[in-house]
Design a protein around this ligand. Structure first.
Ligand code: MTE
Ligand code: MO
Length: 386
């Protein structure tokens, strides 16, 4: 069993698939803290977790005029400044189950919690590429930076993905070769000893157990870059789909969801007020500037209170992110009186980012056969008990 050496996991996780291991936390846990504790951080593995010996670990950096560069873990930690970024990761399949309710899609049936937020530390990819010989003229022929994981399938094929070169080398891109998550060594499930963290970019490009980096004129040739993680029209089916016709997902669209109360929950009339909680995030470093909440299925709306994580800061408020570098989610809250004469409520949320992108109001217009990019207004039904 290639999965026999997989690590232990927290029992509270909702398991989507055991081998490979895919799991998400209960949604209420997500809104408990700005930083998701690592044991609760969603886990998305396509393959068995590789066991990597940190002492013999080597990272290969290829494709630059300087020739190949080989770095040990110690090299990464000592030869490059340590940079820390708080960034949200979201799987392209987050909220896929809502697409499944409209019409069957192919993929893991994720709820609303295939998203989490952590603090990552490591070397900047930009610094490592420069040490490997990157210069501005490389951009005349190179367009992409490819990553290969050390996890393999039975045929020896490794997980792989790529990102645009400009994101990789940009000073404002904050792309990390991370060796720490939430102040500790990366856990096995999250890519020990080194993973790429590409803030603002879909989870799939944040390659774990990183073995090789290649600067290239081409995107990664891997299945996950070429024939997966792409969006299509609601009218495209498995007979007509042409994966070459669509770009690989990189930045993700604006997203939000209600983590509490849970869908189908009952609240007592005696409570008088109800606290609605959730998360909101947008890709590409766009900052969420507003979350609208409705308690009547979308007829009337109020703006929620946005929390940028200041409660968790020990030393004064967390500074506002620089423009275009809002990598972390915002948790939000709304306290509202229960409607006096309703027996049930439909709570709805929708977020707005600083480009005034908004979420679509329903699933059918964005339904796609792989069930990715599921970001319609999130709705939960709540019963009011007298
Ligand atoms: N990297 C490797 N090597 N193997 C993988 O299966 N899964 C990707 C990405 N990086 C994956 C990987 C996907 S699809 C997602 S959503 C994120 O890792 C999930 O990261 P997490 O498990 O740390 O939450
Ligand atoms: Mo993913």
């Amino acid at each position: 069993d290639p999965y026999s050496s997989d690590p232990e996991r927290h029992p509270v996780l909702h398991v989507n698939s055991l081998k490979p291991f895919n799991a998400e936390p209960p949604p209420e846990i997500l809104s408990d803290s700005f930083i998701t504790p690592s044991p609760f951080f969603f886990k998305r593995n396509h393959l068995p977790v590789p066991q990597v010996d940190p002492a013999s670990y080597r990272l290969q950096v290829e494709g630059l005029p300087g020739g190949a560069l080989t770095l040990s873990l110690q090299d990464l930690k000592t030869r490059f400044p340590k940079h820390t970024v708080t960034a949200t990761l979201q799987c392209a399949g987050n909220r896929r189950s809502e697409m499944n309710k409209v019409k069957q899609v192919k993929g893991l049936n994720w709820g609303i919690a295939a998203i989490s937020n952590a603090t990552w530390s490591g070397a900047r990819l930009r610094d490592v590429l420069q040490a490997a010989g990157y210069r501005a003229d490389v951009a005349q022929w190179a367009r992409h930076v490819q990553f290969e994981g050390l996890d393999k399938d039975v045929t020896g094929t490794t997980y792989g993905a790529s990102i645009p070169l400009n994101k990789a080398v940009s000073e404002d891109g904050d792309v990390l070769l991370a060796y720490e998550m939430n102040g500790e060594d990366l856990p096995a499930d999250h890519g020990f000893p080194v993973r790429v963290v590409v803030p603002g970019t879909v989870g799939a490009r944040n390659v774990k157990w990183l073995g090789r980096i290649m600067v290239s004129a081409e995107e990664s040739g891997s299945h996950w870059q070429q024939n997966d993680y792409k969006g299509f029209s609601p009218g495209t089916d498995w007979d007509t789909v042409d994966f070459k016709s669509a770009p690989a997902i990189q930045e993700l669209p604006v997203q939000s969801a209600i983590t509490a109360p849970a869908d189908g929950a009952a609240v007592d009339r005696s409570a008088e007020t109800l606290t609605v909680k959730g998360y909101a995030w947008s890709g590409g470093g766009r900052e969420v500037v507003r979350v609208d909440v409705s308690l009547d299925g979308g007829k009337t709306w109020q703006a929620a209170r946005l929390r940028g994580g200041e409660e968790e800061q020990q030393h004064g408020p967390r500074p506002a992110p620089p423009p275009g570098r809002a990598w972390a989610w915002k948790l939000w809250e709304l306290e509202a009186p229960l409607p006096p004469d309703a027996q049930r409520m439909e709570i709805v949320c929708k977020a707005v980012d600083n480009s005034y992108n908004m979420q679509p109001d329903s699933v059918p217009p964005i339904w796609n056969l792989r069930g990715v990019l599921s970001n319609a207004w999130h709705r939960v039904q709540v019963e009011i008990r007298e």
